[in-house]
Write a protein that binds this ligand. Structure first.
Ligand SMILES: C[S@@+](CC[C@H](N)C(=O)[O-])C[C@H]1O[C@@H](n2cnc3c(N)ncnc32)[C@H](O)[C@@H]1O
Length: 396
């Protein structure tokens, strides 16, 4: 649909539009562009997919909701397409990231951030004395020991120095730079970079990210700031006045997956030792186990907890979605045969009707192989757990 055409939203997308969306869903290129490379959010989807759905199934000015926004891919692409973005997530890190990726950073703030980056060698010096009561002693630095101890110390110094930046936007941006560089330095590592390499990485990440946020601002000139909600999708109706007084014209999302473990809230260092360090760096609260972020305990044999949370989130989403709005999601299943059927039942119970109902045999559906994801799941039946499918529904 041409931007600004004002054409009515299609009642049922023609096959050609569905084919375009599925082709975009199959996109296997590394995630890049806009501010998407600010953080590698686990199980994030391709910006090409989010953008193609937003362009095909909404009009400029429409309200696009991602109720489980994760790293904020949909929020960023929605703003770039000139639509209004609403995102929610139960993970405080997600809200931090979506905010940092869409922040309005002024020219004066860019100068301040550049000055901070120039001073990294002295600010992040190992010899610098850590202040008493500094953030380096924070419980969220758990498991940053052994070879990671020196990185923890210089990171603590860097975080302590943020008070020298005059605005909250500049401080948040630098936290995000440190988050990106630290994810590179720590997550999934058995051996850590040297402090010289780490500081160099902070400098280059910072410069690249400044370029990305400036270019995002130039392309999203007309976009309203997004509405970002830190809460369960089940509670979305509570926030309805914040949705610009309206309801969602389109929902684009990817929920937690039944039976599949994704580590949304931890980094793994030195093998499988988990650290809550991302919350320390982003200055956000944590305190929850994996089940909190994944709709319950994945080891439950019948996934009863998962489907009950899915049902209440879908009711919350339906309550803030316009009648006739499309709801497009990318989802994966540990046991596709059993889980997909129950997933579709929950959608239907919540008041959503599937558009592509031609898939009587679930193995005929579109399945996209998942590139290099960090999750653990068994392979069952015709489709493996490391494959995702796209579901297209409309609100009744
Ligand atoms: C598959 S990820 C979304 C990834 C996202 N599409 C992206 O591109 O980064 C699923 C997200 O659902 C969030 N989540 C889990 N339970 C939730 C709930 N009850 N309400 C809202 N979000 C929830 C998790 O924290 C996680 O960020």
């Amino acid at each position: 649909m041409a931007p600004g055409s004002g054409a009515a939203v299609l009642k049922t997308p023609p096959e050609e539009v569905i084919r375009q969306i599925l082709a975009a869903a199959a996109d296997q290129r590394a995630v890049q562009g806009a501010t998407h490379s600010f953080y590698k959010y686990p199980a994030r989807f391709s910006p090409v997919f989010a953008s193609s759905v937003v362009q095909a199934l909404s009009r400029p000015g429409d309200l696009v909701l991602d109720p489980y926004m994760g790293g904020g891919t949909t929020v960023v692409e929605t703003m770039l397409a000139g639509r209004r973005a609403v995102g929610s997530d139960i993970n405080s890190l997600s809200v931090f990231l979506a905010g940092a990726k869409t922040a309005a950073v002024s020219v004066a703030e860019i100068r301040q951030i550049e000055a901070w980056l120039k001073a990294v060698d002295s600010t992040m010096s190992y010899r610098r004395k850590t202040r008493r009561g500094s953030t380096a002693n924070d419980v969220r630095t758990r498991n940053l020991d052994g070879g990671a101890r020196s990185i923890r110390k210089v990171l603590g110094n860097a975080l302590g120095s943020l008070t020298s930046l005059p605005s909250e936007a500049a401080r948040q941006f630098v936290r995000c730079v440190l988050l990106k560089s630290s994810q590179w330095a720590l997550d999934g590592r058995r051996e850590f970079p040297t402090l010289v390499e780490f500081r160099e990485r902070v400098r280059t990440d910072g410069r690249t990210m400044l370029g990305s946020i400036s270019s995002f601002a130039a392309h999203a000139v007309e976009a309203e700031p997004p509405c970002l909600i830190h809460d369960s999708a089940a509670n979305l109706p509570k926030y309805e006045p914040f949705l610009g007084g309206g309801r969602a014209d389109l929902v684009v999302t990817s929920p937690p997956y039944p039976g599949i473990h994704v580590l949304y809230h931890r980094w793994q260092v030195l093998g499988r030792r988990e650290t809550p360090a991302p919350y320390w760096i982003a200055s956000r609260t944590d305190g929850h186990g994996a089940a909190h972020y994944g709709f319950g305990d994945r080891s439950e044999p019948d996934q009863a907890g998962y489907f009950s949370q899915l049902a209440s989130c879908l009711r919350g989403i339906r309550a803030v979605t316009k009648r006739g709005a499309f709801f497009v999601q990318m989802v994966s299943f540990k046991d596709p045969k059993a889980h997909l059927r129950r997933f579709l039942e929950c959608m239907s119970d919540a008041g959503f009707t599937e558009i592509c109902t031609a898939f009587d045999d679930q193995s005929d559906r579109f399945w996209r192989p998942v590139p290099g994801r960090k999750w653990h799941a068994a392979v069952r039946g015709k489709t493996s757990a490391s494959a995702e499918t796209v579901l297209i529904h409309r609100a009744d």
